[in-house]
Design a protein around this ligand. Sequence first.
Ligand SMILES: [Ca+2]
Ligand SMILES: [Ca+2]
Length: 193
Amino acid sequence: MRNFILALLIMMLAVPSLSAQVGYLTDVSPDNAHPGSELWVEITGSDTHFGEGSETTVKMEIPSTNTIYPTQFHVTSHDTIQAYFVIPPDVVTGLYDVVVKEEYIEYPFQYVWRLTEEFSIEYPSDCGDIDRNGEINIDDVKLLILYVYLNESLLEPMEVADLNCDRKINLIDISQLIQYLFRGGPHPCGNCP
Ligand SMILES: [Ca+2]
Ligand SMILES: [Ca+2]
């Protein structure tokens, strides 16, 4: 037993300094996006060792709810990673963790470092809220119909009424809003950049 404990102590002391240098993420830029957008995110760390381990994985997640993997990512240095995310239009919105997981195998030990930084996925705050009262409801539908069919004026900027972001305000936008409010359709601004 004594020999075993001694051997264990020797092994622990022999582990390279890497095991003590668990870095952390300092920044993700940008740190927010809308559903339906595609973007490169630069992930920056401090005292990190990106690319030195046996495996690096990158993802965004709300634990036990939703996970988004980048379609591609590059380890550009030991403390930066570029990751390209395609955010689905119907994604669960909220505060995600950008997670970088690094695995290191240094016989006889194996380390898994899991570093996180916050990232927000939300719809544009005022998109679809035509009268800017802070919510999307039947009054917004009415204003949109009045504009499209009776040419009544809308508050500026009028982009909030272009729900599908095709740079036109027309029947399609009215339809999206009605689908969302009354027929369980997707968020009307889900495809805006
Ligand atoms: Ca409103
Ligand atoms: Ca439109």
